[in-house]
Design a protein around this ligand. Structure first.
Ligand SMILES: C[S@@+](CC[C@H](N)C(=O)[O-])C[C@H]1O[C@@H](n2cnc3c(N)ncnc32)[C@H](O)[C@@H]1O
Length: 328
């Protein structure tokens, strides 16, 4: 009886872990640009030669691809993509593959450190320079969903100037600047490398300025009609958050808007990913747990702002946009 249970559980763990194979396979294909290589029927050895890859490992990757339906045989020993719509687009151009890259290179390895961290009471250190590019790119995937809520406030409040704190690759201000050509947009970003990328991506927009600056040292010359801070709160020490919101409120002109995109700490009935976020952030000595809904409300009222609402951006990840208005 006990042996039967053991077998049953072992099979269940394997079955439950099967989705990992799809993610792993897609991640490797994205990272090495292999889905482009197999767009048309190709021999594995030719791809290995052309891309300078280990032929043996490529062969194994192709075999898994066939078994999970990412690839199919295409005659004369060649292979090509199957179900291409399920696979990530090549790198760049806001491909969803960057989310796989972040999960595989950052989230999963971090979570695997749990036993060791729990035993020793130690934390990892988040290497900002190493991950800044990937993290800025994954955050951009949310843009399309959060954008309408930002545009609405800009239109309603006749916003003429916008500050984006920790703007990453400036995806938000670039989209908004196209939609509101008469408004001025400023982004600040602490990573030099990401700032340069943002400046390149916005070079054609004459209503955008991106500066390499730390928000703690930034002192705006004049208030902005809208201040936004998207996906940055978890970089901020818990003790400093209330004071930061207070400070940001002073950068907003009377009648203006403060807009914050952030995941919110999950409760047990939220989707699992919203809950595991905090396990991830808590693994680092320089990242911090997510805010709660109550905190977002309290900090706003403490800073003299009226809460406009906390709206869902993406339910699966527990992502929200909190918006406040500064009284006239
Ligand atoms: C997760 S990314 C979000 C990027 C962008 N706001 C978005 O939502 O697409 C967070 C960004 O904040 C930047 N950042 C972190 N701490 C900062 C600080 N003290 N001052 C300015 N930028 C900061 C990081 O370098 C990173 O590019």
């Amino acid at each position: 009886m006990i042996d039967v249970m053991k077998m049953f559980k072992a099979r269940m763990y394997m079955k439950r872990n099967e989705p990992f194979l799809y993610s792993w396979h897609a991640y490797v294909g994205y990272e090495l640009d292999l889905f482009r290589a197999f767009e048309r029927p190709m021999a594995k050895t030719d791809v290995a030669d052309a891309y300078g890859l280990d032929a043996n490992l490529l062969e194994q990757w192709v075999a898994v691809g066939v078994s999970i339906g990412h690839l199919k045989e295409a005659g004369r020993g060649r292979h090509k993509l199957a179900n291409a719509w399920k696979l990530p687009k090549p790198k760049g151009d806001n491909s969803s593959g960057v989310l796989l890259k972040e999960m595989m290179e950052l989230h999963i390895p971090t979570l695997l450190h749990y036993p060791e961290m729990m035993r020793n009471g130690e934390r990892l250190h988040f290497d900002e320079e190493k991950h800044a590019g990937t993290v800025a790119e994954t955050s951009r995937l949310l843009e399309v969903l959060a954008m309408p809520k930002m545009s609405k406030r800009i239109r309603e409040n006749n916003v003429q100037s916008v500050l984006d704190i920790g703007c990453g690759e400036a995806g938000y201000i670039k989209k908004l600047a196209g939609r509101f050509p008469d408004a001025q947009f400023t982004g600040i970003e602490i990573s030099k490398e990401v700032t340069v990328k943002a400046q390149q991506l916005t070079a054609d927009n004459n209503n955008i300025t991106v500066e390499n600056a730390d928000l703690w040292e930034y002192n705006p010359d004049q208030p902005f009609d809208m201040v936004m801070m998207n996906n940055v709160l978890h970089y901020i020490d818990l003790e400093k958050r209330e004071a930061l919101i207070f400070e940001l409120a002073s950068w907003v002109s009377p009648g203006g808007i403060l807009s914050i995109v952030t995941p919110i700490a999950g409760s047990s009935d939220d989707p699992p990913f919203a809950n595991v976020f905090n396990s991830f952030f808590s693994s680092f000595d320089n990242l911090y747990r997510l805010p709660t809904r109550e905190e977002l409300r309290e900090w706003g009222s403490g800073a003299g702002l009226d809460m406009l609402g906390i709206h869902t951006v993406i339910k699966e990840g527990g992502w929200y946009i909190a918006q406040y208005r500064k009284p006239e």
